[in-house]
Design a protein around this ligand. Structure first.
Ligand SMILES: *Cc1c(COP(=O)(O)O)cnc(C)c1O
Length: 395
């Protein structure tokens, strides 16, 4: 990895073994995600999930456009449908001129629901983006149920809408610790998936991955053949030069840890998350929003509703910051913006000991704030997951 930190991975002619290792990683990941012909599918490394999502989105846009052109139909109003997505999808929408239809959260939903789809999809829908590990809470959106509803819509309405799964975090969690969950290429409608190697993939910053179900799912028009570095090299990426070290480290972890090692690490994180959730459950003034079951190794909570606390969760953020913890408080996306939450993600290296210290500090902060209610607090959101709309400060 150190040897490759100053090697340019894009120069595949000069560093053919880096290219070979990247390619092996793609097929290891395709196999992990149950691609029907994992050895033959296409994919690539990226700078992170943001670039990987852009590539997934572009491929969906191209496939839709070609189909529409072939049928002599207009191609000027593409849209995609999603739940509360990470900001990269808002960038994709703006940079590549695709309308984003972000379905608001209804009732106590925390993500996109199958029942939302008929209202939001139409003939101009290039795809549905499902998130495995929603940024705001850590939950997984129900990919299999969304696919089943899209199957029904194809029968009833003749719309054949693909799914891209943004598995930035979940892509390296679910295959190891939620093996029974149906979310990946085992579902035929899932045409592409991305994940961040530098999140639960356990590689150093920054490497991402995007893989297509099969070769035919990546439109040939988007592949550029570059010959000026020698050889004739196919590239599909937004970025060009990038260090090769992250790819080597990713490959090393795949080989060194294997399925067994990743499973043990992610399971330890899941267990710590569940333990934290059970402890939070016993705290009088807090209420769990996500309890660490069925999604990422994470916990999400809010102040108990229907009670006057004399402080906000923003005050709690400020208070624990004095002890060195940066836990952002932020509103859920629309239509649940009145709910302010905090989220703790557990990754490799965040031990039970560390979480136990955190818990003590949260309790201490809450006790302090209960004894000393905050008047005219100007603590407000300092972080909003890149939500583009302005966040109202709860003064
Ligand atoms: C982190 C994240 C991204 C962006 O990934 P980067 O690797 O930081 O570019 C996209 N989608 C989701 C769901 C994420 O959690």
């Amino acid at each position: 990895m150190a040897d490759s930190v100053d090697k340019n991975m894009i120069d595949k002619d000069e560093y053919p073994q880096t290219a070979e290792i990247e390619n092996r990683c793609v097929h290891i990941i395709a196999d992990l995600w149950h691609a029907p012909k994992s050895w033959d599918t296409v994919g690539c490394s990226t700078t992170g999930s943001s670039e990987a999502c852009m590539l997934g989105g572009l491929a969906m846009k191209w496939r839709w456009k070609k189909k529409r052109e072939a049928a002599g139909l207009p191609t000027d109003k593409p849209n995609f449908v999603c739940g509360p997505v990470q900001v990269c999808w808002k960038k994709f929408a703006r940079y590549f001129d695709v309308e984003i239809r972000e379905v608001p959260l209804r009732g106590d939903a925390l993500g996109l629901q199958p029942s939302d789809l008929r209202e939001y999809c139409d003939e101009n829908t290039i795809g549905v983006v499902a998130t495995l590990g929603v940024t705001f809470t850590g939950i997984y959106e129900p990919v299999a149920d969304l696919a089943a509803e899209l199957d029904a819509m194809q029968r009833d309405l003749g719309l054949d809408i693909p799914i891209h799964v943004d598995a930035a975090s979940g892509g390296f969690v679910a295959p190891f610790v939620q093996k029974e969950l149906d979310w990946d290429f085992a579902i035929e409608r899932v045409k592409s998936i991305n994940a961040s190697g530098h999140k639960y993939g356990l590689a150093p910053l920054g490497v991402g991955w995007v893989v297509w179900r099969s070769r035919s799912d990546l439109p040939e028009d988007l592949i550029f053949y570059v010959d000026y570095l020698g050889g004739n090299m196919a590239t599909f990426a937004l970025n060009f030069s990038r260090p090769g070290g992250e790819i080597i480290a990713q490959y090393y972890n795949f080989l060194r840890l294997g399925r067994e090692g990743y499973t043990r690490i992610q399971q330890a994180c899941i267990d710590t998350g569940k333990w934290l959730a059970e402890e939070i459950r016993t705290i009088e003034s807090l209420e769990l929003v996500y309890d660490g079951n069925g999604g990422l190794p994470a916990v999400c909570y809010k102040l108990k509703e229907g009670k006057e606390h004399g402080f906000t969760l923003y005050d709690v953020s400020e208070r624990v910051r004095m002890r060195g913890w940066q836990i952002a408080s932020y509103p859920l996306p629309s239509d649940r913006q009145e709910v302010i939450v905090q989220r703790v993600l557990i990754r490799h290296g965040v031990s039970r000991d560390l979480i136990s210290l955190l818990l003590d500090d949260i309790k201490r902060a809450l006790e302090h704030l209960q004894r000393n209610p905050v008047q005219n607090s100007d603590a407000g959101p300092t972080f909003n997951h890149g939500a583009i709309s302005e966040v109202k400060v709860n003064a």
